[in-house]
Design a protein. Structure first.
Length: 53
């Protein structure tokens, strides 16, 4: 049942994004997004978990 709820939420998010001319980007579960600079897309491999925001 939990998977069905996740699927419905993803479907709704994609629908709303399309409605508002936005893009939904799906990433892998363990993608290191908190290690990636949002301005320059630089990946800091040495950033420890305690220093991430």
């Amino acid at each position: 049942m939990g998977i069905d709820i996740k699927t419905k939420n993803i479907d709704m998010l994609e629908y709303k994004a399309t409605w508002n001319n936005k893009t939904v980007v799906k990433i892998e579960r363990f993608f290191p997004s908190s290690k990636t600079c949002s301005n320059y897309n630089h990946l800091n491999q040495d950033l420890p978990l305690k220093d991430r925001e």
